[in-house]
Design a protein around this ligand. Structure first.
Ligand code: FE
Length: 133
C-alpha cells in the first residue's frame, strides 16, 4: 500500500479512537476469548472491514466454520489488504496478520484451512466491522 494511503495515528490518538477492548486487540496484539466474539457464529452476506480504519478485509463468501472459536476465512478480499509477519511470541511460531492500511492486529493465519487455499485466517471479531451487502 502506498504510504499516502496509510492510516497513521499516535498511541494516544488510537486510545481515544478505539474502545479499550478493541485497542487491546488492534494496537497491543491481544486476543479475544474463544467463542466470545460477535462474528464467530455470524453468516450474513457482506464484507468484514477493519474496525480501526474501515479497509475492506474479508468477504463473507470466504468465511467458514472452523470450530476454533474465532471468525475464520480462507482468504482476504485481496492480497494487498493484509500483511503477514512471523510471530514468535508466547513460545509459538505463528504468522501474524495485520491490516495493510493501519497496521492494526487482526489475528493469525494457519495452514489448516479448507480448499482451495488451505489457509485459515483466524481473526478477532473485535478487529472487524461487518458491512452487509
Ligand atoms: Fe485498518
Amino acid at each position: 500500500m502506498e504510504p499516502t494511503d496509510r492510516v497513521v495515528h499516535t498511541q494516544e490518538e488510537w486510545r481515544s479512537i478505539l474502545t479499550p477492548d478493541r485497542y487491546e486487540i488492534l494496537r497491543e496484539k491481544g486476543t479475544e476469548h474463544a467463542f466470545s466474539g460477535e462474528y464467530e457464529d455470524h453468516w450474513e452476506d457482506g464484507v468484514y472491514h477493519c474496525y480501526a480504519c474501515d479497509l475492506p478485509l474479508f468477504d463473507s463468501t470466504s468465511k467458514f466454520y472452523s470450530g476454533s472459536g474465532w471468525p475464520s476465512f480462507s482468504q482476504p478480499v485481496s492480497a494487498d489488504a493484509v500483511e503477514e509477519h512471523e510471530d514468535f511470541s508466547h513460545g509459538m511460531t505463528r504468522v501474524e496478520v495485520t491490516c495493510a492500511r493501519c497496521d492494526g492486529h487482526l489475528g493469525h493465519v494457519f495452514g489448516d484451512g479448507p480448499p482451495p487455499t488451505g489457509l485459515r485466517y483466524c481473526i478477532n471479531s473485535l478487529s472487524l466491522k461487518f458491512v452487509p451487502r
